[in-house]
Ligand binder design. Structure first.
Ligand code: KIV
Length: 289
């Protein structure tokens, strides 16, 4: 992981360290502003552990999100509501041990920022100080604008998240597409404007009509990162376990599976069991003299 000095941009966006010094490799929020300005798409994936962080960083991922989706795809909870700060810090630390060059954002879990600004600031600070993330993400629009502003005021970059916000599962009555119809669409546009005004450096648009995501993307100066929000967003994010075909339990329409790892794992584990039972593993080459 780069130290804060390595990450520190000069006020005008000129790095303090000379080109070629190896000090400029890490992605920062300034890169995402530039990418939006140049129409370069931003590729984001969730990640929760050391080995996959290293692999996806070597592939050149722009941003890594330690999402509270970890609760569902790794811990096996039914939804993200039970996820704790300790769990988020544990996974954030694991990802940061891979020293990714990608920009690392960690999710503020349910109940870590909704009750009061002091706990929101403290918990955001913990994801940076204890976890090592460069930014935090939280869910909500106008209703969390003050919270975003309070965290940004501590010089912690905040990614907003509007539309289908999984922590609002019970209010939404399930995981349903949001922003349908002009009234709802106008409300989401207001949310998008509010989080930008509050100082968010970027906003996730989840589960909303593609045309509405296009309107929001065209209006905002900050990059939009879509998930189930169509192709017009400035970038896309998906859950790693979904694209790898590791989670057969949930497969929303917006997911594209780039691999089917579950049957591969199953095959490997079955072969291992069979060889142990048959006494064909370990062989001499796996044993010490
Ligand atoms: O928790 C998560 O993984 C997320 C993304 C899906 C945006 O919030």
């Amino acid at each position: 992981m780069a130290t804060w000095r390595q990450r520190l941009p000069h006020r005008e966006g000129v790095f303090l360290f000379p080109k070629g010094s190896g000090m400029q490799k890490n992605k920062t929020i300034l890169d995402f502003q530039k990418m939006k300005a140049h129409g370069e798409r931003i590729a984001v994936l969730t990640c929760y552990d050391f080995p996959t962080a290293g692999i996806m960083d070597d592939c050149g991922i722009d941003m890594i999100l330690i999402g509270d989706s970890v609760g569902v795809v790794v811990a096996g909870y039914d939804n993200t509501l039970p996820v704790t700060m300790e769990e988020m810090i544990y996974h954030t630390k694991a990802v940061l041990r891979a020293r990714p060059k990608a920009f690392v954002v960690a999710d503020l879990p349910f109940l870590s920022y909704q009750t009061d600004l002091t706990s929101a600031r403290l918990n955001a600070g913990r994801l940076i100080k204890d976890g090592g993330a460069a930014a935090v993400k939280l869910e909500g629009g106008k209703n969390v604008a003050d919270t975003i502003a309070a965290i940004v005021d501590m010089d912690i970059p905040v990614m907003a998240h509007i539309g289908l916000t999984p922590q609002s599962l019970h209010r939404m009555g399930g995981f349903k597409v949001q922003g349908k119809g002009e009234e709802q669409a106008e409300k989401l546009l207001e949310d998008a404007r509010a989080v930008e005004r509050a100082g968010a450096f970027s906003v996730v648009l989840e589960g909303i009509p593609a045309s509405l995501a296009g309107r929001i993307t065209a209006e905002l100066a900050i990059p939009t990162i879509g998930i189930g929000a169509g192709p017009a967003c400035d970038g896309q994010v998906l859950v790693l376990h979904d694209i790898l075909g590791l989670c057969s339990k949930y497969s929303p329409k917006f997911v594209k599976r780039y691999a089917e790892l579950a049957p591969l794992i199953s095959e490997a584990v079955s072969s291992y069991i069979a060889e142990v039972k048959a006494g064909t593993f370990p062989e001499e080459r796996h044993s010490f003299k």
